[in-house]
Design a protein around this ligand. Structure first.
Ligand SMILES: Cc1ncc(C[n+]2csc(CCO)c2C)c(N)n1
Length: 223
């Protein structure tokens, strides 16, 4: 999966950290069905809270945007997160006796706090590109993981999770976000973005957010 031209460059620069995220033991446990249910539910409850703050980060992107097109794309993501992605968590947890009020009130794990507040700070202290570099591993990493796990969906009880991220709707979202990032980079950094003095810091933001994704999976496994 390439999702544009910027993402593969940032992914390459993140080196083995990217592999640690996308091939994490938690992911492999979903692939072959060996992930304990308890770990999956712990992850889902934390992920609901994660998505609350992630929605705030995309809303911040609306205020940091420079074009109507960027504003529309980010506003649509806020809407999709609040009204679609979170519903999946609510429904899966409801079937396990966990209400939405319980989810909203769940105490945030330190790894969760660290990740979402890092992303929000990237947006507050930086510009639209800083924020996009911090948001990209989450959105595009799940697209890559979903696409790889799709071939194994009939071997695992986590088929629904895999279907969500490997499905055409989500894969289209990833291509759209990749294209938006490419356009945002070209607009602000010109035709040779890798030569911009800002480039190393953007790649570093991407790698830091990727490290925080690894921490999020670790949290799911270890509680
Ligand atoms: C820890 C964690 N990382 C990534 C995602 C995936 N994700 C987060 S927001 C979004 C929609 C577009 O922004 C998607 C797919 C997640 N749920 N939890």
């Amino acid at each position: 999966m390439t999702y544009g031209v910027t993402f593969p460059l940032w992914r390459e620069a993140a080196g083995e950290t990217w592999r640690n995220y996308t091939r994490h033991a938690f992911v492999e446990g979903m692939r072959d069905g060996t992930l304990p249910r308890e770990a999956f539910l712990r992850y889902l409850v934390q992920d609901y809270v994660f998505l609350v703050h992630f929605s705030r980060a995309w809303a911040l992107a609306v205020t940091k945007a420079e074009t109507l097109e960027e504003m529309r794309a980010c506003a649509a993501t806020v809407h999709a997160l609040l009204d679609e992605e979170m519903r999946l968590h609510v429904e899966t947890c409801a079937a396990e006796g966990i209400s939405e009020a319980d989810l909203f009130a769940a105490e945030e794990a330190p790894q969760n706090l660290a990740y979402t507040r890092y992303v929000l700070d990237a947006g507050h202290s930086g510009d639209f590109l800083d924020l996009m570099a911090a948001l990209a591993p989450c959105v595009l990493g799940y697209g890559e993981i979903g696409a790889r796990l799709a071939a194994h969906a009939d071997e695992t009880v986590y088929a629904e999770w895999i279907a969500t991220y490997s499905g055409e709707d989500y894969q289209r979202t990833c291509r759209d976000v990749g294209a938006m990032i490419d356009a945002a980079v070209a607009r602000r950094l010109g035709p040779a973005p890798e030569e911009s003095p800002r480039w190393p810091r953007l790649a570093d933001r991407f790698r830091t957010a990727t490290r925080l994704e690894v921490g999020f999976w670790d949290m799911g496994l270890s509680g």
